[in-house]
Design a protein around this ligand. Structure first.
Ligand code: FAD
Length: 585
């Protein structure tokens, strides 16, 4: 039974925890970070703070059917970097990608030893592959297996505790603060080193399913990853990178189920309403049906705009055996999609799967948005490390890469904490955050009325969708639209002072919308700054439709001044380490 809402600040119970390493977010990267820290030094106190429950939280909650990035026998790190670079339109942090590739396979092989079933080639010990870098798994229990190991290694887990802000000593991060969604307590974690692993940001844009019914969160990406890790960093003045490279993906229409890896794996071509093989015919030089994902996201939009929609992946050439295997893949990752097909009576050998674009997400494990980090995964704030979807610069990490990056962040954090002691926390800071966190709850009693988080979220999602290149605008935007979006996002930010929460769950939702607005504001700055179109589909400026290498063949970064609130946007150079054509692997 969840606790009652507090009616005043005095009645809120507090719990204080001291730890060597605090990991915020017990998802994929966070769990691997915690285990790696314990492996490096079993005497360290390692604590995880998780807003849901570690057993089924984050992107892996319902399971996966594949690990998208694994370096198979005979392939090299160089080839991996070349592939990732081409997929990302030539712009990645190659230093980070190389360091990731060096350890990429380790967590996957560890997972298998712990009990994760990984499919093997017939009569061989080699992993079964689908496409160039994918291996297929029976991953419905992968998160449960991982959570069990976290406990076995002696890490301490605080479930259902939502992180709301870092604790700071000047610029240095010395832990984090949050509240219990079930017990209503204030949690103060004091740490020598902190690792943020809260995943990406979903729900900033209106999903195309949102139809006035309760479908705000019918998203492809994990709906509980709302960008809190980004927001906490933005408020503390961390440098962020490449928010404008949004992740928009081709998905099964009306269902937002995955399609890319599955269709590429089974070689089902993308076709338009006229039956034309769009990618094969028009994008052969970029790999046809295996073209970079931003091209794959953009193409169905173009077809619709030019009157040739709807679009499909053509399953009609698949053998019955392949169709069965594809359904098994879906049962491992998005079981409800198989039910959806069954409910429609859809026979894939006769009727292809309709596809459309997802709503846009900010996800550093797929594109390159997130914290600006160094090879040790240290952010620009001392004491803070970042990994997984929340960390920037390395697109195409996916499951294996996020896990591997968790390990790298732990190594960085363990090295760092050997040189620092525990810092005392200013009690004023705790009091200020406590008042901020519980304000929507207390307001419910003092004001009696206000804006409920869902209303504000609906407004934000529509604004972003209509003016900042959402799926209903075919991902297109121009300066005037972005200026409108920025103006109104700022108005919404100001109106958060009227948010009310009627129970602890709604208090969590209030902070989710506050954090999403924080991310949206920075995102718009990035989208405005990049006056070109580098990744059509992910970032399409109708007023600057061409690529401008002279000005923008570089990273767009930003930093918010914590005292003035001013957001500065600037560039950082791209450095090529692996020679060769950046656009063709
Ligand atoms: C539907 C779907 C299908 C995918 N399919 C594949 C696939 O087939 N193959 C592949 O390789 N990759 C796939 N991916 C990508 C891959 O799963 C992710 O990139 C990766 O697992 C992300 O790891 P992460 O640790 O960064 O985030 P997550 O595993 O999502 O972990 C983030 C954690 O932070 C917690 N959290 C968030 N905010 C807070 C807060 N304020 N306080 C405390 N805790 C918080 C969350 O609850 C969560 O547990 C898929 C992703 C999705 C969503």
């Amino acid at each position: 039974m969840p606790a009652k809402l507090p009616t005043n600040l005095e009645e809120i119970k507090e719990e204080r925890i001291e730890t060597d390493i605090l990991v915020i977010g017990a998802g994929n990267a966070g769990c691997f970070a915690a285990i790696e820290a314990k492996k490096l030094n079993p005497d360290l106190e390692v604590t995880l703070m998780e807003k849901a429950h570690i057993d089924r939280s984050g992107c892996l909650a319902a399971g996966m059917d594949a690990i998208n990035t694994y370096i198979k026998k005979g392939r090299t790190i160089e080839e991996f970097v070349r592939w990732s670079r081409a997929q990302a339109g030539g712009l990645i942090r190659e230093d980070l990608t190389i360091s990731l590739a060096e350890v990429l396979n380790q967590p996957i092989e560890e997972w298998e030893r712990w009990g994760l079933p990984i499919n093997k080639e017939e009569d061989s010990d080699e992993y079964h592959t689908r496409g160039k870098w994918d291996i297929t798994i029976r991953g419905s229990e992968m998160k449960v297996i991982l959570a069990e190991k976290v406990r076995e290694f002696g890490c301490k887990v605080y479930n259902r505790v939502v992180a709301t802000n870092f604790l700071l000593d000047g610029e240095k991060v010395i832990g984090a603060i949050g509240f219990g969604v079930r017990d209503g307590k204030l949690y103060v974690f004091k740490a020598k080193a902190t690792i943020v692993a809260t995943g990406g940001a979903a729900g900033i844009y209106k999903p195309y399913q949102a139809d006035g019914v309760d479908s705000h969160h019918m998203l492809w990406y994990c709906p509980f990853n709302v960008g809190s890790g980004y927001a906490m960093g933005i408020r503390a003045g961390a440098e962020m990178t490449t928010f404008e490279m949004r992740w928009c993906a081709t998905r099964t229409k009306d269902f937002n189920g995955p399609i890319d890896t599955i269709s590429v794996g089974y070689k089902t071509p993308m076709i338009n309403a006229k039956g034309e093989k769009i990618l094969e015919e028009r994008y052969a030089e970029l790999g046809g049906d295996a073209a970079p994902r931003y091209i794959r996201a953009n193409v169905p939009m173009m077809e619709w705009m030019e009157g040739r929609g709807p679009c499909y992946v053509d399953t009609r050439g698949m053998t019955p055996e392949q169709i069965k295997d594809m359904k098994i893949d879906y049962l491992n990752e998005r079981p409800s999609f198989v039910l959806f097909l069954a409910a429609r009576g859809q026979d894939l050998s006769k009727e292809p799967i309709e596809i459309y674009g997802s709503d846009p997400y900010i996800v550093g494990g797929h594109t390159a948005s997130g914290y600006w980090i160094d090879v040790k995964r240290a952010t620009t704030l001392p004491g803070l490390f970042a990994c997984g979807d929340v960390a920037g610069g390395v697109p195409n990490k996916f499951v294996g890469g996020c896990a591997a990056e968790g390990m790298l962040a732990a190594r960085g954090a363990v090295e760092y904490l050997s040189s620092v002691g525990m810092t005392e926390i200013d009690p004023e800071q705790i009091a200020r955050e406590k008042a901020r966190v519980f304000a929507p709850a207390i307001r419910q009693f003092t004001e009696g009325d206000g804006i409920i988080p869902r209303e504000m979220e609906e407004r934000m999602q529509r604004l972003m969708d209509e003016y900042a290149g959402g799926v209903h605008q075919f991902y297109r935007m121009n300066r005037e639209q972005l200026e409108y979006a920025l103006k109104h996002i700022r108005i919404l930010k100001d109106q958060t002072k009227y948010l009310v929460a009627r129970d602890l769950h709604e208090l969590m939702e209030a902070h989710e919308v506050i954090d999403r607005l924080e991310v949206a504001e920075v995102l718009i700055h990035h989208l405005m700054f990049r006056e070109e179109t580098r990744w059509p589909g992910w970032q399409t400026r109708t007023d600057f439709p061409e690529k401008n290498d002279e000005k923008f063949d570089c990273f767009v970064n930003s930093k918010k001044d914590p005292t003035t609130g001013e957001i500065k946007v600037f560039t950082r150079p791209y450095e090529q380490i692996i020679p060769g054509d950046r656009y063709h692997p």
